[in-house]
Design a protein around this ligand. Structure first.
Ligand code: MLT
Length: 229
C-alpha cells in the first residue's frame, strides 16, 4: 500500500492497534483516563494525528471516530466504518456493559473474558493465527482500560446527526457473519451518511481486518483510490 500517513485506524474493544495490518496507517492505542467518556478518546486521537485525515474505526473504534467527527468535523476528510453502528445502547446493553466492567474490575482480565468474546469476534473460518492474535490482544489489555471502555461506550450518544452532516466520502464495511453487528445493522450507516460505499466481506465475523487482512487492505485501497485521492 502506498503512503498512508493521513489514514488513521482505531481499534475495537477489547483489543489494540495490533488488529490492523495496514502498513503506513497511523493506529493509536486508545487509553482510558479520567471520567469514562468517548470524547476523551476523541481528544487523544486529535492530539496525535495530522490536520486533516481519513479516519477509520472498527466497532468501538467507529464510535470513537464518530466522537472525533462530533468534536472536529473539519479534521476529517474521509471515514472508514467497520462493523459499527451510529445508534446509542438500549438499556439492556448498558446493563450488560456495566456488569462486564464490574467483573473486570473485580477479577481482572483473564481467560473468562477471551472465552466470552472470541466466538462473537471471529468466525469459525478464522485462521489459527487470527485466533491466537485476538486471544492474546484480549488477555494483554489493562483491566482499567477494559472497564473504562465499557463505561464510556455505555454513555455514548446516537451519532446520526453528526454522520448526516458529514459530507465526505465514507466506506462502510461489514463482516457477513458478524453476530455482534450483522450487516443489516452496519448497513444502516449507509442511509445516514450522505456519501457512502457499502462493502460486505464474505465469510468473516466482527473483525474483517484480523480475519482477512489482505482482502480488507484491497477494499480500503480501492476505495481510497477511487473516492478520496
Ligand atoms: C467492539 O468490538 O468494539 C465492541 O463489540 C463494540 C461494542 O461493544 O459495542
Amino acid at each position: 500500500m502506498g503512503e498512508l500517513m493521513d489514514l488513521v485506524l482505531l481499534h475495537a474493544f477489547p483489543l489494540d492497534a495490533r488488529m490492523w495490518d495496514v502498513p503506513g496507517a497511523l493506529t493509536p492505542n486508545l487509553r482510558g483516563h479520567g471520567e469514562p467518556d468517548l470524547d476523551t478518546l476523541a481528544r487523544q486521537v486529535l492530539d496525535q494525528v495530522g490536520d486533516e485525515v481519513v479516519l477509520g474505526g472498527c466497532s468501538m473504534g467507529g464510535y470513537v471516530a464518530m466522537a472525533v467527527l462530533r468534536r472536529a468535523p473539519e479534521r476529517v476528510k474521509g471515514l472508514v466504518l467497520v462493523d459499527t453502528k451510529h445508534t446509542a445502547d438500549a438499556p439492556e446493553a448498558v446493563r450488560n456493559r456495566l456488569t462486564m466492567a464490574e467483573r473486570v474490575e473485580r477479577e481482572g482480565v483473564g481467560e473468562w473474558l477471551a472465552d466470552a468474546m472470541l466466538p462473537n469476534l471471529l468466525s469459525p473460518n478464522a485462521s489459527p493465527q487470527a485466533q491466537a492474535l485476538t486471544r492474546s490482544m484480549i488477555l494483554e489489555q489493562r483491566q482499567e482500560d477494559v472497564a473504562w471502555w465499557q463505561r464510556a461506550m455505555a454513555k455514548r450518544p446516537d451519532s446520526a446527526d453528526v454522520l448526516g452532516k458529514a459530507d465526505i466520502p465514507a466506506l462502510v464495511i461489514a463482516g457477513e457473519l458478524d453476530p455482534i453487528m450483522p450487516p443489516e445493522i452496519t448497513e444502516q450507516l449507509v442511509d445516514v451518511l450522505p456519501r457512502s460505499t457499502f462493502v460486505e466481506m464474505p465469510g468473516v465475523a466482527h473483525l474483517p481486518p484480523v480475519e482477512q487482512p489482505e482482502q480488507f487492505r484491497q477494499e480500503l485501497e480501492r476505495w481510497l483510490t477511487s473516492a478520496v485521492r
